[in-house]
Design a protein around this ligand. Structure first.
Ligand code: SAM
Ligand code: DTB
Ligand code: SF4
Length: 337
């Protein structure tokens, strides 16, 4: 039976000595996952800027004067070129984001076409388009959409300090619609918004208490965007971020946890600790939606140092990762005998 987490239990996890918490999280992680395998996704912004929403962290909200160059819906050929490149570099999922409150009916044929074409390339597909209705979700699912990303971002209490143009309930409704349509759910949050420990615990409770926990949980560290109200926020402590990953792993043992925005400002040691705490997915490629991400070369070097390899990696020509994948797979198979 599904465990319903209470706030006191989650707070107890956060209060555990760091090493005990990490050990527990890694133990849980090994029950369900190969600890050396990382799922990698590539992101592309298919419609950038001029978003009517007021998310205080976002470079793309029309309310703030940021350095983002606004762009119309990207041409289909450009989206497909980016997907081909992502596949070639070893990603197994292509995630597309649009700065919308919700997709309009006139956008549906475009979205359906790119999903079909990208699926034909043998890639998994993910989209994040804001709120969607049941009929849209069903059509995206029929086209082959594997995942829909819509983050709860933070606790219900703190949410209204960050976003006023979309309610928390609307987010929960969208997640429900996505779940019922058959599309897999990708939902997580951002740390460093100014939330307290209780807010982090409440966010994880909301995620784990959904009808079914999200298959994919992106954990973002705030990227401070000049011009947004949060540009001068205090940094979150590395250990607090790592602890949140560990608690997420314990509460949602079967979900992929993605180390998402913010890796550009994380040391390799910090990222390694996040993997030990149970993170097993990253965004791969030098750009997120509008901000920089570590280069593929830098990430491959990190993978090599840690003996990690990409899930269902399709990098046939990359000798480093291919050889290493085989070695780590053999090692893992030997261990689990
Ligand atoms: N417009 C769509 C939406 O909000 O659902 C999709 C794109 S939106 C950029 C996806 C998520 O990225 C947000 O919910 C937030 O969690 C994360 N995000 C956006 N800007 C960020 C920033 N500056 N730092 C960290 N995470 C960010
Ligand atoms: C998610 O949770 N993080 C990604 C993805 N879902 C769409 C977006 C991160 C955006 C970081 C800021 C930017 O590049 O504009
Ligand atoms: Fe718009 Fe999404 Fe940015 Fe919010 S996070 S302002 S909805 S693009």
């Amino acid at each position: 039976m599904k465990k319903i987490w209470k706030i006191e239990e989650v707070n107890m996890l956060f209060e555990m000595p760091f090493l005990d918490l990490i050990f527990n999280a890694q133990t849980v992680h090994r029950k369900y996952f190969n600890p050396n395998e990382i799922q990698i996704s590539t992101l592309l912004s298919i419609k950038t800027g001029l978003c009517p929403e007021d998310c205080k962290y976002c470079a793309q909200s029309s309310r703030y004067k940021t350095n983002v160059k606004n762009e119309k819906l990207l041409e289909i050929s450009k989206v497909l070129d980016a997907a081909k490149k992502a596949k070639k570099s070893g990603s197994n999922r292509f995630c597309m984001g649009a700065a919308w409150k919700n997709p309009k009916e006139r956008d549906m044929p475009y979205l359906i076409k790119i999903i079909k074409k990208i699926k034909d390339m043998g890639l998994e597909t993910c989209m994040t388009l804001g709120s969607i209705n049941q009929s849209q979700a069903e059509r995206l699912f029929s086209a082959g959409l594997d995942f829909y990303n819509h983050n709860l971002d933070t606790s219900p209490r703190f949410y209204s300090k960050i976003i006023t143009t979309r309610t928390y309930q609307e987010r929960l409704d969208t997640l429900n619609i996505v779940r019922n349509s058959g599309i897999k759910v990708c939902s997580g949050g951002i740390l460093g918004l100014g939330e307290n420990l209780n807010d982090r615990a409440e966010l994880l409770i909301q995620l784990s208490n959904l009808t079914k926990a999200p298959e994919s949980i992106p954990m973002n560290m705030l990227v401070k965007i000049p011009g947004t109200p949060l540009e001068r926020n205090q940094n979150i402590e590395d250990f607090d971020f790592i602890k949140t990953i560990a608690v997420t792993r314990i509460m949602m043992p079967k979900s992929y946890i993605r180390l998402s925005a913010g890796r550009e400002n994380m040391s390799q040691n910090m990222q390694a600790l996040c993997f030990i705490a149970g993170a097993n997915s990253i965004f791969y490629g030098c750009k997120l939606l509008t901000t920089p991400n570590p280069t593929e070369e830098k990430d491959l070097k990190l993978f090599h140092k840690l003996g990690l390899y990409a899930k269902k990696h399709s990098i046939k020509n990359d000798k480093i990762i291919h050889k290493h994948a085989q070695q780590t797979k053999n090692y893992y198979n030997a261990l689990s005998k």
